[in-house]
Design a protein around this ligand. Structure first.
Ligand SMILES: C[S@@+](CC[C@H](N)C(=O)[O-])C[C@H]1O[C@@H](n2cnc3c(N)ncnc32)[C@H](O)[C@@H]1O
Length: 271
């Protein structure tokens, strides 16, 4: 063992002193790891660079199917008139717009996201929606939701939890702000079940998607990160297990399009 491997370099030592966690803990960012405390900055930068093209690319890359997934996921929540809903990592507000239709004139949806640029595109959608008045936007981190305990009837998160540095912490926060008996819905990408379909999906994800990302959104990197982050995310049974550990009951999931996307549902236990 060389001295270099035993003794930290001066710069690194200073970093440990200033912020011990940043050197010790790592988080996945695609296939790479970054210091846990820096992941949010990477995620912010990532979505700043794609915000303008985010909706268009989603529609193009999924052949429009993402919209059906979102519609199915919101339907599965069985929202009621007057419900108060939080859309965590709500971005450009697709789920919020769908939920707003379901909650009647007394209901409200809060889009909660760390990225202003993403929400600005969501605000444009709100202005053309018949139910836009029911939607509001709030800037904030999913790991520290700025609402009191037991506030919401439902919490939803679509394609967002993958980006949250401490996933469990994000779910714990959603659990905290839900009223007892409130519903959690998580829509996220996952692993297709059929091997043949999976092979096609992998080929598409790594050989086509990044090039379309470069061609249209000007970022090959962002659209390489996307398939990578999907492949480092827990599979449906593992995710269900985490949700139960956090305190959700009645945890179920449903695969969509052979498992490319999965909807998890859970309920916060009644007191
Ligand atoms: C893939 S987009 C999903 C947007 C939208 N929910 C949808 O289904 O199209 C992920 C969103 O999560 C947001 N995000 C990532 N990490 C976050 C965090 N820690 N707290 C709040 N929002 C976060 C990003 O800014 C981005 O808008």
């Amino acid at each position: 063992m060389t001295t270099k491997q035993v003794w930290l370099e001066e710069k690194k030592r200073e970093k440990v002193l200033k912020n011990p966690k940043s050197v010790q803990k790592k988080a996945f960012f695609g296939y790479n790891t970054v210091a846990e405390d820096e992941k949010t900055q990477h995620v912010l930068h990532h979505f700043n660079s794609v915000a303008r093209w985010y909706d268009f690319m989603n529609t193009l890359l999924s052949f429009g199917i993402h919209y059906l997934w979102k519609k199915t996921a919101v339907n599965m929540m069985h929202l009621k008139s007057g419900d108060l809903v939080i859309d965590v990592c709500g971005g450009t507000a697709d789920l919020a717009v769908l939920a707003a239709r379901k909650i009647g004139p007394e209901g409200r949806v809060v889009v909660y996201d760390i990225n202003k640029a993403m929400m600005d595109y969501g605000r444009k959608k709100r202005s053309v929606s018949n139910f836009g008045k029911r939607i509001s936007f709030l800037l904030g981190n999913a790991e520290n939701i700025t609402f009191s305990d037991n506030t919401f009837d439902a919490a939803m998160i679509g394609f967002g939890i993958r980006n949250v540095t401490r996933m469990e912490r994000g779910f714990e926060e959603m659990h905290r702000v839900l009223k007892p008996g409130g519903t959690l819905m998580c829509l996220e990408f996952s692993k297709p079940v059929s091997p043949v379909f999976r092979w096609l999906y992998d080929f598409y994800s790594f050989s086509i998607m990044p090039y379309l990302g470069q061609l249209i959104a000007g970022s090959k990197k962002a659209y390489t990160h996307l398939p990578e982050s999907i492949r480092t995310f827990p599979l449906p049974d593992k995710l269900s297990e985490s949700l139960r550990k956090i305190g959700f009951c009645n945890v179920t999931y449903r695969r969509l399009t052979n498992g490319i996307a999965v909807v998890h549902l859970g309920v916060k236990k009644q007191m």
